[in-house]
Each structure stands twice: as C-alpha cells, then as structure tokens.
Design a protein around this ligand. Structure first.
Ligand code: R1P
Ligand code: URA
Length: 236
C-alpha cells in the first residue's frame, strides 16, 4: 500500500503496468483484455487492476491528467510497488498532416513546457526519453500485428487549453508530432529511479486537419494501442 494506491500482498501490482490517463480506460482494458482481472485500488476512483495477458501478469493503472498526477502514480508504482516497466496508453493531439486520428504514435522523447524536471537539480536541459528495452519489443510487436505507427518526439504540456490559438506552431516547426500531458514526467521518473517507460499514444484530435474522436472512441475504441501495449508487455 502507498499513499495513493491500495494494492497489497493480496492483489499485488505486476512488474509491468499499462497506464492510461483515464481510469475508465483502465477498467475497460482490464475487463476486455486481461484474464482474471482484480481491482487493487480505487482511491480517488483512480482504478488499478491486476490480471494476466497470455499468462503473463500485467496491471493497468489510471494516471490522471497532467504531470503532477502522473508524477505521483508512477513514482509510487516504481518506488513502493516494485514496478519495473510502465507503458503509458494515452491520447494525443496531432500537429502532423500525415498522422491521423486513430493512428498510433510511439513517443521516442517527450519535450515539455513543464518544470517537472527541475526537481532533479540538473544544470542543463534533461531530455525525457523512452526506454529502448520497451521500445524495441513494441516496434517488433507492431510489425507482427500489422499496426502502423509513427515514432518521434511529442510535447508533454501543462496546458490543454492555451490562450494563443497558434501556440503549437513553433513545436510543429521543430518536427514534434503532437501534444499530450504526461509522458515527460513518466520518462523522468523512470530515468531517475532506473526503471523503464514508454508512451504509446493514439491520436484523438488534430491541429491541422478537421478530424476528432468521440468521447466513446477515446474511452473504448483505441484498441490497437491497447493490444500493442499488451503484446509488448508479454515480450518484456
Ligand atoms: O487520454 P489520456 O491518457 O488522459 O491523455 C490525454 O488526454 C488528457 C486530456 O484530455 C490528458 O491526460 C492527455 O495527456
Ligand atoms: O493533451 C492532449 C490530448 C489530446 N489532444 C490534445 O489536444 N491534447
């Protein structure tokens, strides 16, 4: 048990955890993809479940929205629940005309406008990046399952709503694929605590094209990303 996660000896957290921002997406993944799922935590309704996928123990834990929330849950999972690998299964807005709603992005690195990494006391700019130990099996699993993906830099932002409607254009110019709100904190915690992390995102909105996913799609229908994360988990 930790401050924000109930899990105990009775229902431990697995070494590999899938983390959607939305706790209802965690419930959906557990109920639709895991064998014998059991809920180990419901503090603040931030559900966590443990079960197996193809015989391998896997957990699914909501992270909430934003880096402070992801910072708390991933820190406790790594530090107090023995977790080795976290795979974020999130949604993102695309800045790229060739990366469409419903498509999968692998976040090689997470640029950020957040000061989350200041706590590590570095005298330069840390680059939160994915763990190759998860990225490689994920790419292999995607190729085997025929799941198309784009790999690149994403922006982890502290803001969902921005005052300036053109705020995203300088990031697009730098080749950043799109925006979400948690990967940088996850990658930084994993680096500091010597654990592994990867962000797999499905595009839910578009900044360039007139494309948008429904609430139902965001919660339930981004199954390529969920299957890909689970197929990656069994390869770790
Ligand atoms: O779908 P999730 O995983 O929550 O991810 C994205 O959606 C939320 C914003 O709507 C933020 O958490 C952002 O990172
Ligand atoms: O953080 C996010 C997630 C999806 N779409 C966005 O525009 N931002």
């Amino acid at each position: 048990m930790s401050l924000h996660i109930t899990a105990s000896e009775g229902i431990p957290v697995a070494e590999t955890v899938l983390m959607p921002g939305d706790p209802l997406r965690a419930k959906f993944i557990a109920e639709n993809f895991l064998d014998a799922p059991r809920r180990y935590s419901e503090i603040r309704n931030m559900y966590g479940y443990s079960g197996t996928y193809k015989g391998v123990p896997v957990s699914v834990q909501g992270s909430g929205m934003g880096m402070p929330s992801m910072g708390i849950y991933s820190w406790e999972l790594f530090q107090q629940h023995g977790v080795q690998n976290i795979i974020r299964v999130g949604t993102a807005g695309s800045f790229h005309p060739d990366v469409h709603v419903g498509e999968v992005v692998l976040a090689l690195a997470a640029s950020t406008d957040s000061n989350y990494c200041d706590m590590f006391g570095l005298n330069g700019t840390f680059t939160p990046s994915a763990s190759f130990s998860i990225l490689k099996p994920c790419m292999e699993a995607a190729e085997e399952a025929g799941i198309r993906y784009t790999a690149g830099n994403v922006l982890s932002s502290d803001h969902f709503y921005e005052a300036d409607p053109d705020w995203w254009k300088p990031w697009q110019k730098m080749g950043v694929l799109g925006v979400e709100m948690e990967a940088a904190a996850l990658y930084a915690n994993a680096a500091f605590l010597h654990r592994n992390a990867l962000g797999i995102m499905t595009i839910s909105d578009h900044f360039v094209l007139d494309e948008k996913a429904t609430v139902e799609q965001r919660e339930h229908q981004f199954t390529d990303m969920m299957k890909l994360a689970l197929e990656t988990a069994v390869r770790l």
